[in-house]
Design a protein around this ligand. Structure first.
Ligand SMILES: CCCCCCCCCCCCCC(=O)CSCCNC(=O)CCNC(=O)[C@H](O)C(C)(C)COP(=O)(O)OP(=O)(O)OC[C@H]1O[C@@H](n2cnc3c(N)ncnc32)[C@H](O)[C@@H]1OP(=O)(O)O
Ligand SMILES: CN(C)Cc1n[nH]c2ccc(-c3ccc(F)cc3OCCn3ccnc3)cc12
Length: 392
Protein backbone atom coordinates (compact mmCIF):
# COMPACT_ATOMS: atom_id res chain seq x y z
CA UNK A 1 0.00 0.00 0.00
CA UNK A 2 2.95 2.39 0.53
CA UNK A 3 4.48 1.91 -2.94
CA UNK A 4 1.04 1.32 -4.50
CA UNK A 5 -0.82 4.12 -6.25
CA UNK A 6 -4.54 4.42 -5.47
CA UNK A 7 -5.94 6.26 -8.47
CA UNK A 8 -9.47 6.30 -7.02
CA UNK A 9 -8.71 6.70 -3.33
CA UNK A 10 -6.18 9.49 -3.94
CA UNK A 11 -9.09 11.48 -5.39
CA UNK A 12 -11.26 11.03 -2.29
CA UNK A 13 -11.55 13.07 0.96
CA UNK A 14 -9.85 10.42 3.09
CA UNK A 15 -6.57 10.45 4.99
CA UNK A 16 -3.80 10.05 2.41
CA UNK A 17 -0.64 8.02 3.06
CA UNK A 18 1.47 11.07 2.12
CA UNK A 19 -0.18 13.00 5.00
CA UNK A 20 0.65 10.46 7.73
CA UNK A 21 2.51 12.22 10.54
CA UNK A 22 1.55 15.75 9.40
CA UNK A 23 0.12 16.94 12.70
CA UNK A 24 -0.68 20.38 11.24
CA UNK A 25 -3.72 18.83 9.59
CA UNK A 26 -6.72 19.36 11.89
CA UNK A 27 -8.84 16.48 13.16
CA UNK A 28 -12.35 16.43 11.75
CA UNK A 29 -14.11 16.80 8.39
CA UNK A 30 -11.72 16.99 5.43
CA UNK A 31 -14.19 18.71 3.06
CA UNK A 32 -17.10 20.96 4.09
CA UNK A 33 -20.66 19.90 3.20
CA UNK A 34 -21.92 21.18 -0.15
CA UNK A 35 -25.35 22.67 -0.82
CA UNK A 36 -27.91 19.96 -1.62
CA UNK A 37 -28.62 21.80 -4.89
CA UNK A 38 -24.95 21.25 -5.79
CA UNK A 39 -25.08 17.48 -5.26
CA UNK A 40 -25.14 15.62 -8.57
CA UNK A 41 -28.85 14.90 -9.15
CA UNK A 42 -28.52 11.98 -11.53
CA UNK A 43 -26.74 8.64 -10.97
CA UNK A 44 -23.17 8.08 -12.15
CA UNK A 45 -22.68 6.45 -15.52
CA UNK A 46 -22.32 2.68 -15.64
CA UNK A 47 -20.89 0.74 -18.60
CA UNK A 48 -23.63 0.75 -21.26
CA UNK A 49 -24.77 -2.85 -20.67
CA UNK A 50 -25.56 -2.24 -16.96
CA UNK A 51 -28.21 -0.29 -15.04
CA UNK A 52 -28.74 0.86 -11.48
CA UNK A 53 -31.41 -0.74 -9.35
CA UNK A 54 -32.61 0.01 -5.82
CA UNK A 55 -32.90 -3.22 -3.82
CA UNK A 56 -36.05 -3.37 -1.70
CA UNK A 57 -34.85 -5.73 1.03
CA UNK A 58 -38.49 -6.17 2.18
CA UNK A 59 -39.15 -8.03 -1.07
CA UNK A 60 -38.31 -11.73 -0.60
CA UNK A 61 -37.42 -11.98 -4.28
CA UNK A 62 -34.92 -9.10 -4.13
CA UNK A 63 -33.54 -10.24 -0.79
CA UNK A 64 -33.00 -13.67 -2.32
CA UNK A 65 -31.12 -12.14 -5.28
CA UNK A 66 -28.87 -10.17 -2.90
CA UNK A 67 -28.36 -13.26 -0.74
CA UNK A 68 -27.24 -15.33 -3.74
CA UNK A 69 -24.96 -12.64 -5.16
CA UNK A 70 -23.16 -12.41 -1.80
CA UNK A 71 -23.20 -16.17 -1.20
CA UNK A 72 -21.32 -16.70 -4.47
CA UNK A 73 -19.21 -13.54 -4.76
CA UNK A 74 -18.59 -11.94 -1.35
CA UNK A 75 -15.56 -11.98 0.99
CA UNK A 76 -13.32 -15.05 1.13
CA UNK A 77 -10.46 -15.74 3.51
CA UNK A 78 -6.91 -15.35 2.19
CA UNK A 79 -6.70 -19.04 1.26
CA UNK A 80 -10.09 -19.04 -0.52
CA UNK A 81 -11.30 -21.87 1.70
CA UNK A 82 -14.29 -20.00 3.18
CA UNK A 83 -16.75 -17.37 1.93
CA UNK A 84 -19.16 -15.37 4.09
CA UNK A 85 -22.70 -16.66 3.80
CA UNK A 86 -24.83 -13.91 5.36
CA UNK A 87 -28.39 -15.21 5.77
CA UNK A 88 -31.43 -13.43 4.35
CA UNK A 89 -32.77 -12.66 7.83
CA UNK A 90 -29.34 -11.27 8.76
CA UNK A 91 -29.30 -9.01 5.67
CA UNK A 92 -32.78 -7.59 6.34
CA UNK A 93 -31.75 -6.94 9.97
CA UNK A 94 -28.41 -5.37 8.99
CA UNK A 95 -29.97 -3.11 6.34
CA UNK A 96 -33.16 -1.91 8.04
CA UNK A 97 -32.14 -0.17 11.27
CA UNK A 98 -34.10 2.84 12.58
CA UNK A 99 -34.15 5.63 9.96
CA UNK A 100 -32.75 3.51 7.09
CA UNK A 101 -32.98 4.72 3.46
CA UNK A 102 -34.03 2.19 0.83
CA UNK A 103 -32.19 4.35 -1.75
CA UNK A 104 -28.93 3.39 -0.01
CA UNK A 105 -29.45 -0.30 -0.90
CA UNK A 106 -27.89 -0.06 -4.36
CA UNK A 107 -27.66 -2.81 -6.97
CA UNK A 108 -26.39 -3.09 -10.55
CA UNK A 109 -28.19 -5.29 -13.06
CA UNK A 110 -27.19 -6.47 -16.53
CA UNK A 111 -29.72 -4.75 -18.82
CA UNK A 112 -30.47 -7.84 -20.93
CA UNK A 113 -30.59 -10.65 -18.35
CA UNK A 114 -31.68 -8.37 -15.43
CA UNK A 115 -29.23 -10.38 -13.32
CA UNK A 116 -27.95 -8.68 -10.17
CA UNK A 117 -24.19 -8.34 -10.69
CA UNK A 118 -23.10 -5.83 -8.03
CA UNK A 119 -24.24 -4.38 -4.72
CA UNK A 120 -23.29 -1.76 -2.14
CA UNK A 121 -25.18 -0.51 0.93
CA UNK A 122 -25.27 2.26 3.47
CA UNK A 123 -27.20 2.54 6.73
CA UNK A 124 -27.40 5.70 8.86
CA UNK A 125 -25.61 5.75 12.19
CA UNK A 126 -24.65 8.31 14.80
CA UNK A 127 -20.96 7.75 15.49
CA UNK A 128 -19.16 9.62 18.25
CA UNK A 129 -15.53 10.58 17.51
CA UNK A 130 -14.04 11.83 20.79
CA UNK A 131 -16.73 14.31 21.92
CA UNK A 132 -18.34 14.92 18.53
CA UNK A 133 -21.40 12.87 17.56
CA UNK A 134 -21.35 12.72 13.76
CA UNK A 135 -24.18 11.53 11.49
CA UNK A 136 -22.55 8.95 9.25
CA UNK A 137 -23.34 6.25 6.74
CA UNK A 138 -22.01 2.78 7.57
CA UNK A 139 -21.01 1.33 4.21
CA UNK A 140 -21.04 -2.43 3.73
CA UNK A 141 -21.72 -5.38 1.40
CA UNK A 142 -19.71 -3.94 -1.50
CA UNK A 143 -19.70 -6.81 -3.96
CA UNK A 144 -18.94 -7.15 -7.67
CA UNK A 145 -19.66 -10.49 -9.37
CA UNK A 146 -16.48 -12.54 -9.82
CA UNK A 147 -16.80 -12.29 -13.61
CA UNK A 148 -16.84 -8.46 -13.51
CA UNK A 149 -13.77 -7.87 -11.36
CA UNK A 150 -10.91 -5.44 -12.16
CA UNK A 151 -13.08 -3.30 -14.45
CA UNK A 152 -13.08 -0.28 -12.06
CA UNK A 153 -16.75 -0.92 -11.18
CA UNK A 154 -16.08 -0.52 -7.45
CA UNK A 155 -15.18 3.19 -7.67
CA UNK A 156 -18.45 3.84 -9.55
CA UNK A 157 -20.41 1.94 -6.85
CA UNK A 158 -18.63 3.94 -4.14
CA UNK A 159 -19.25 7.30 -5.89
CA UNK A 160 -22.93 6.43 -6.34
CA UNK A 161 -23.49 5.50 -2.70
CA UNK A 162 -21.59 8.67 -1.75
CA UNK A 163 -23.91 10.73 -3.95
CA UNK A 164 -27.04 9.19 -2.44
CA UNK A 165 -25.71 9.71 1.10
CA UNK A 166 -24.94 13.36 0.24
CA UNK A 167 -28.55 13.79 -0.93
CA UNK A 168 -29.59 13.02 2.67
CA UNK A 169 -27.21 15.76 3.91
CA UNK A 170 -24.75 13.28 5.44
CA UNK A 171 -21.04 13.92 4.69
CA UNK A 172 -19.15 11.24 6.64
CA UNK A 173 -18.99 7.44 6.52
CA UNK A 174 -17.48 4.51 8.40
CA UNK A 175 -16.42 1.21 6.84
CA UNK A 176 -14.05 -1.71 7.40
CA UNK A 177 -12.13 -3.92 5.00
CA UNK A 178 -9.60 -6.71 5.00
CA UNK A 179 -7.55 -4.75 2.45
CA UNK A 180 -5.28 -1.77 3.15
CA UNK A 181 -6.63 1.48 1.62
CA UNK A 182 -5.87 5.17 2.35
CA UNK A 183 -5.88 5.34 5.38
CA UNK A 184 -6.86 3.05 8.29
CA UNK A 185 -7.83 4.78 11.55
CA UNK A 186 -6.89 1.49 13.20
CA UNK A 187 -6.00 -2.06 12.24
CA UNK A 188 -7.44 -4.94 14.25
CA UNK A 189 -6.47 -8.58 14.54
CA UNK A 190 -9.19 -11.21 14.62
CA UNK A 191 -9.09 -14.27 16.88
CA UNK A 192 -10.93 -17.59 16.81
CA UNK A 193 -12.04 -19.80 19.72
CA UNK A 194 -12.69 -23.41 18.72
CA UNK A 195 -16.04 -24.78 19.93
CA UNK A 196 -16.17 -27.83 17.64
CA UNK A 197 -12.47 -28.62 17.15
CA UNK A 198 -13.07 -31.90 15.35
CA UNK A 199 -15.09 -30.21 12.56
CA UNK A 200 -12.63 -27.28 12.38
CA UNK A 201 -9.75 -29.69 11.85
CA UNK A 202 -11.77 -31.83 9.37
CA UNK A 203 -12.46 -28.78 7.17
CA UNK A 204 -8.95 -27.36 7.44
CA UNK A 205 -9.89 -24.27 9.49
CA UNK A 206 -7.58 -25.47 12.27
CA UNK A 207 -4.68 -27.91 12.40
CA UNK A 208 -4.02 -30.50 15.08
CA UNK A 209 -1.40 -29.02 17.42
CA UNK A 210 2.04 -30.59 17.59
CA UNK A 211 2.12 -33.55 20.01
CA UNK A 212 -1.71 -33.28 20.24
CA UNK A 213 -4.20 -36.08 19.61
CA UNK A 214 -7.76 -35.38 18.50
CA UNK A 215 -9.19 -36.54 21.85
CA UNK A 216 -6.71 -34.33 23.71
CA UNK A 217 -7.74 -31.40 21.49
CA UNK A 218 -11.46 -32.01 22.09
CA UNK A 219 -10.76 -32.08 25.82
CA UNK A 220 -8.71 -28.87 25.65
CA UNK A 221 -11.68 -26.91 24.22
CA UNK A 222 -14.41 -28.58 26.28
CA UNK A 223 -16.80 -26.18 28.02
CA UNK A 224 -19.34 -26.60 30.87
CA UNK A 225 -22.94 -27.34 29.89
CA UNK A 226 -24.32 -24.12 31.37
CA UNK A 227 -23.18 -20.58 32.24
CA UNK A 228 -21.46 -20.01 35.58
CA UNK A 229 -22.81 -16.53 36.41
CA UNK A 230 -25.92 -16.35 38.65
CA UNK A 231 -28.58 -14.20 36.95
CA UNK A 232 -27.16 -14.75 33.42
CA UNK A 233 -30.19 -14.70 31.09
CA UNK A 234 -31.46 -13.72 27.64
CA UNK A 235 -32.07 -10.02 27.03
CA UNK A 236 -35.78 -9.14 26.69
CA UNK A 237 -37.68 -6.08 25.40
CA UNK A 238 -38.24 -4.82 28.96
CA UNK A 239 -34.42 -4.65 29.39
CA UNK A 240 -33.87 -2.10 26.60
CA UNK A 241 -33.71 1.01 28.85
CA UNK A 242 -31.27 -0.59 31.31
CA UNK A 243 -29.09 -2.09 28.57
CA UNK A 244 -29.02 1.28 26.78
CA UNK A 245 -27.79 3.00 29.95
CA UNK A 246 -25.20 0.28 30.57
CA UNK A 247 -23.93 0.34 26.99
CA UNK A 248 -23.86 4.14 26.56
CA UNK A 249 -21.84 4.47 29.75
CA UNK A 250 -19.42 1.72 28.76
CA UNK A 251 -18.89 2.97 25.18
CA UNK A 252 -18.20 6.55 26.39
CA UNK A 253 -14.62 5.50 27.22
CA UNK A 254 -13.68 4.76 23.59
CA UNK A 255 -12.45 7.32 21.04
CA UNK A 256 -14.79 6.06 18.29
CA UNK A 257 -18.09 4.41 19.22
CA UNK A 258 -21.77 4.31 18.17
CA UNK A 259 -24.06 6.77 19.96
CA UNK A 260 -26.85 4.20 20.58
CA UNK A 261 -30.27 5.29 21.84
CA UNK A 262 -33.07 2.96 22.99
CA UNK A 263 -34.41 2.53 19.44
CA UNK A 264 -30.94 1.55 18.23
CA UNK A 265 -30.46 -0.89 21.14
CA UNK A 266 -33.86 -2.46 20.48
CA UNK A 267 -32.93 -3.03 16.83
CA UNK A 268 -29.27 -4.00 17.09
CA UNK A 269 -29.19 -5.92 20.38
CA UNK A 270 -32.56 -7.54 21.11
CA UNK A 271 -32.16 -11.28 20.39
CA UNK A 272 -33.22 -12.19 16.83
CA UNK A 273 -33.23 -15.90 15.96
CA UNK A 274 -30.27 -16.93 13.77
CA UNK A 275 -29.07 -13.30 13.64
CA UNK A 276 -28.05 -11.87 17.01
CA UNK A 277 -27.97 -13.29 20.55
CA UNK A 278 -27.70 -11.12 23.65
CA UNK A 279 -27.51 -11.91 27.33
CA UNK A 280 -27.33 -9.89 30.51
CA UNK A 281 -26.60 -10.45 34.20
CA UNK A 282 -29.46 -9.43 36.50
CA UNK A 283 -28.27 -9.43 40.10
CA UNK A 284 -30.40 -12.00 41.98
CA UNK A 285 -30.36 -9.74 45.07
CA UNK A 286 -30.88 -6.23 43.68
CA UNK A 287 -32.30 -7.10 40.20
CA UNK A 288 -29.88 -4.49 38.84
CA UNK A 289 -28.55 -5.22 35.34
CA UNK A 290 -24.78 -5.22 35.78
CA UNK A 291 -23.31 -6.88 32.65
CA UNK A 292 -24.12 -7.59 29.01
CA UNK A 293 -22.73 -9.71 26.21
CA UNK A 294 -23.78 -10.33 22.60
CA UNK A 295 -22.68 -12.10 19.44
CA UNK A 296 -24.01 -12.25 15.87
CA UNK A 297 -24.46 -15.27 13.59
CA UNK A 298 -22.45 -15.23 10.36
CA UNK A 299 -21.86 -18.61 8.74
CA UNK A 300 -19.20 -19.13 6.10
CA UNK A 301 -19.56 -21.49 3.17
CA UNK A 302 -16.80 -24.10 3.17
CA UNK A 303 -15.43 -24.19 -0.37
CA UNK A 304 -14.61 -27.68 -1.68
CA UNK A 305 -15.11 -29.96 1.30
CA UNK A 306 -16.97 -33.28 0.83
CA UNK A 307 -18.32 -33.67 4.38
CA UNK A 308 -19.24 -30.12 5.45
CA UNK A 309 -20.71 -27.19 3.49
CA UNK A 310 -21.08 -24.58 6.23
CA UNK A 311 -19.00 -23.28 9.13
CA UNK A 312 -21.31 -21.95 11.85
CA UNK A 313 -19.52 -18.91 13.31
CA UNK A 314 -20.48 -16.54 16.13
CA UNK A 315 -18.90 -13.08 16.14
CA UNK A 316 -18.40 -11.14 19.36
CA UNK A 317 -20.53 -7.97 19.15
CA UNK A 318 -20.92 -5.58 22.16
CA UNK A 319 -19.97 -6.68 25.68
CA UNK A 320 -20.16 -4.71 28.93
CA UNK A 321 -18.79 -5.86 32.28
CA UNK A 322 -19.30 -3.78 35.43
CA UNK A 323 -19.63 -6.50 38.12
CA UNK A 324 -18.96 -9.90 36.50
CA UNK A 325 -15.30 -10.17 35.39
CA UNK A 326 -15.15 -9.87 31.57
CA UNK A 327 -13.26 -13.18 31.49
CA UNK A 328 -16.16 -14.99 33.21
CA UNK A 329 -18.80 -13.14 31.17
CA UNK A 330 -17.13 -14.11 27.89
CA UNK A 331 -16.65 -17.69 29.05
CA UNK A 332 -20.43 -17.79 29.60
CA UNK A 333 -20.84 -16.41 26.04
CA UNK A 334 -18.68 -19.29 24.76
CA UNK A 335 -20.78 -21.76 26.75
CA UNK A 336 -24.11 -20.57 25.30
CA UNK A 337 -22.57 -20.36 21.79
CA UNK A 338 -21.45 -23.99 22.12
CA UNK A 339 -24.96 -24.92 23.34
CA UNK A 340 -26.34 -23.28 20.17
CA UNK A 341 -24.11 -25.54 18.08
CA UNK A 342 -21.68 -22.88 16.80
CA UNK A 343 -18.42 -24.33 15.50
CA UNK A 344 -16.25 -21.29 16.29
CA UNK A 345 -16.50 -18.00 18.21
CA UNK A 346 -14.67 -15.07 16.59
CA UNK A 347 -13.56 -11.79 18.15
CA UNK A 348 -11.59 -8.70 17.17
CA UNK A 349 -9.00 -7.22 19.53
CA UNK A 350 -11.15 -4.07 19.89
CA UNK A 351 -12.46 -2.58 23.18
CA UNK A 352 -11.27 -4.73 26.10
CA UNK A 353 -11.27 -7.99 24.15
CA UNK A 354 -7.47 -8.32 24.40
CA UNK A 355 -7.91 -9.05 28.13
CA UNK A 356 -9.65 -12.40 27.59
CA UNK A 357 -8.51 -13.72 24.21
CA UNK A 358 -5.51 -15.81 25.21
CA UNK A 359 -6.89 -16.97 28.56
CA UNK A 360 -10.12 -18.24 26.92
CA UNK A 361 -8.05 -20.18 24.36
CA UNK A 362 -8.64 -17.98 21.30
CA UNK A 363 -6.04 -18.44 18.59
CA UNK A 364 -4.92 -15.60 16.29
CA UNK A 365 -6.57 -15.40 12.85
CA UNK A 366 -4.55 -15.08 9.64
CA UNK A 367 -5.62 -11.59 8.65
CA UNK A 368 -6.50 -8.12 9.81
CA UNK A 369 -9.54 -5.90 9.69
CA UNK A 370 -8.88 -2.24 8.91
CA UNK A 371 -11.26 0.51 10.06
CA UNK A 372 -11.85 3.64 7.94
CA UNK A 373 -13.63 6.97 8.14
CA UNK A 374 -14.64 8.88 5.00
CA UNK A 375 -14.26 12.67 5.04
CA UNK A 376 -13.11 12.72 8.66
CA UNK A 377 -9.45 12.95 9.69
CA UNK A 378 -8.16 11.40 12.88
CA UNK A 379 -4.85 12.99 13.75
CA UNK A 380 -3.11 9.77 14.93
CA UNK A 381 -4.10 6.17 14.23
CA UNK A 382 -5.93 4.63 17.18
CA UNK A 383 -5.06 1.49 19.10
CA UNK A 384 -7.71 -1.23 18.64
CA UNK A 385 -8.47 -0.89 22.37
CA UNK A 386 -9.57 2.72 21.72
CA UNK A 387 -12.21 1.54 19.25
CA UNK A 388 -15.75 0.83 20.42
CA UNK A 389 -17.34 0.08 17.03
CA UNK A 390 -18.16 -3.32 15.52
CA UNK A 391 -19.39 -3.35 11.88
CA UNK A 392 -21.17 -6.43 10.53
C1 LIG B 1 -20.18 10.64 2.76
C2 LIG B 1 -20.59 9.14 2.35
C3 LIG B 1 -19.43 8.29 1.75
C4 LIG B 1 -19.87 6.80 1.42
C5 LIG B 1 -18.70 6.02 0.80
C6 LIG B 1 -17.54 5.74 1.83
C7 LIG B 1 -16.44 4.83 1.21
C8 LIG B 1 -16.92 3.37 1.12
C9 LIG B 1 -15.85 2.47 0.46
C10 LIG B 1 -16.34 1.03 0.28
C11 LIG B 1 -16.35 0.26 1.59
C12 LIG B 1 -16.82 -1.18 1.39
C13 LIG B 1 -16.86 -1.88 2.74
C14 LIG B 1 -17.33 -3.31 2.65
O1 LIG B 1 -18.20 -3.63 1.86
C15 LIG B 1 -16.63 -4.37 3.54
S1 LIG B 1 -15.07 -4.86 2.73
C16 LIG B 1 -15.65 -6.16 1.68
C17 LIG B 1 -15.56 -5.75 0.22
N1 LIG B 1 -16.10 -6.80 -0.63
C18 LIG B 1 -15.41 -7.92 -0.95
O2 LIG B 1 -14.26 -8.08 -0.59
C19 LIG B 1 -16.18 -8.94 -1.77
C20 LIG B 1 -15.31 -9.63 -2.81
N2 LIG B 1 -14.63 -8.65 -3.65
C21 LIG B 1 -15.33 -7.91 -4.56
O3 LIG B 1 -16.54 -8.00 -4.72
C22 LIG B 1 -14.50 -6.90 -5.37
O4 LIG B 1 -13.16 -7.30 -5.34
C23 LIG B 1 -14.63 -5.45 -4.84
C24 LIG B 1 -16.06 -4.96 -5.10
C25 LIG B 1 -14.31 -5.41 -3.36
C26 LIG B 1 -13.65 -4.57 -5.61
O5 LIG B 1 -13.92 -4.66 -6.98
P1 LIG B 1 -12.75 -5.08 -8.01
O6 LIG B 1 -13.38 -5.50 -9.28
O7 LIG B 1 -11.84 -6.02 -7.31
O8 LIG B 1 -11.89 -3.71 -8.22
P2 LIG B 1 -12.25 -2.52 -9.24
O9 LIG B 1 -13.72 -2.42 -9.44
O10 LIG B 1 -11.42 -2.68 -10.46
O11 LIG B 1 -11.78 -1.22 -8.40
C27 LIG B 1 -10.46 -1.16 -7.86
C28 LIG B 1 -10.49 -0.05 -6.86
O12 LIG B 1 -11.38 -0.41 -5.76
C29 LIG B 1 -10.65 -0.34 -4.55
N3 LIG B 1 -11.12 -1.36 -3.62
C30 LIG B 1 -10.93 -2.70 -3.68
N4 LIG B 1 -11.51 -3.31 -2.64
C31 LIG B 1 -12.11 -2.33 -1.90
C32 LIG B 1 -12.87 -2.33 -0.67
N5 LIG B 1 -13.12 -3.48 -0.01
N6 LIG B 1 -13.30 -1.15 -0.19
C33 LIG B 1 -13.02 0.01 -0.84
N7 LIG B 1 -12.31 0.08 -2.00
C34 LIG B 1 -11.86 -1.09 -2.51
C35 LIG B 1 -9.20 -0.59 -4.94
O13 LIG B 1 -8.35 -0.09 -3.95
C36 LIG B 1 -9.12 0.20 -6.25
O14 LIG B 1 -9.03 1.59 -5.98
P3 LIG B 1 -7.58 2.34 -6.06
O15 LIG B 1 -7.12 2.22 -7.50
O16 LIG B 1 -7.81 3.73 -5.58
O17 LIG B 1 -6.68 1.54 -5.12
C1 LIG C 1 -16.68 -6.77 8.86
N1 LIG C 1 -17.41 -6.84 7.58
C2 LIG C 1 -17.24 -5.59 6.77
C3 LIG C 1 -17.16 -8.08 6.80
C4 LIG C 1 -15.76 -8.20 6.29
N2 LIG C 1 -15.32 -7.67 5.13
N3 LIG C 1 -13.99 -8.01 4.96
C5 LIG C 1 -13.58 -8.77 6.03
C6 LIG C 1 -12.36 -9.36 6.36
C7 LIG C 1 -12.26 -10.08 7.55
C8 LIG C 1 -13.39 -10.18 8.42
C9 LIG C 1 -13.30 -10.91 9.69
C10 LIG C 1 -13.66 -10.25 10.87
C11 LIG C 1 -13.62 -10.92 12.07
C12 LIG C 1 -13.20 -12.26 12.08
F1 LIG C 1 -13.13 -12.91 13.24
C13 LIG C 1 -12.85 -12.94 10.89
C14 LIG C 1 -12.89 -12.24 9.70
O1 LIG C 1 -12.56 -12.80 8.49
C15 LIG C 1 -11.96 -14.12 8.57
C16 LIG C 1 -11.59 -14.48 7.14
N4 LIG C 1 -12.83 -14.81 6.42
C17 LIG C 1 -13.33 -14.05 5.46
C18 LIG C 1 -14.44 -14.74 4.99
N5 LIG C 1 -14.59 -15.87 5.72
C19 LIG C 1 -13.57 -15.90 6.62
C20 LIG C 1 -14.60 -9.61 8.08
C21 LIG C 1 -14.69 -8.90 6.89
Amino acid sequence: SLGKTHKFWESQPVGQFKDIGDSNLPEGPIEPPTLLSEVKQEPYNLPIQYEWTTCDMESDETCDEVYNLLKNNYVEDDENMFRFNYSQEFLTWALRPPGYYRSWHIGVRAKTSKKLVAFITGVPARIRVRDEVVKMAEINFLCVHKRLRSKRLAPVMIKEVTRRVHLENIWQAAYTAGVVLPTPITTCQYWHRSLNPKKLIDVGFSRLGARMTMSRTIKLYKLPDSPATPGFRNMELRDVPAVTRLLRNYLSQFVVAPDFDENDVEHWLLPTENVVDSYLVESPETHEITDFCSFYTLPSSILGNQNHSTLKAAYSYYNVSTKTPLLQLMNDALIVAKQKDFDVFNALDVMHNESFLKELKFGPGDGQLHYYLYNYRIRHALRPSELGLVLL
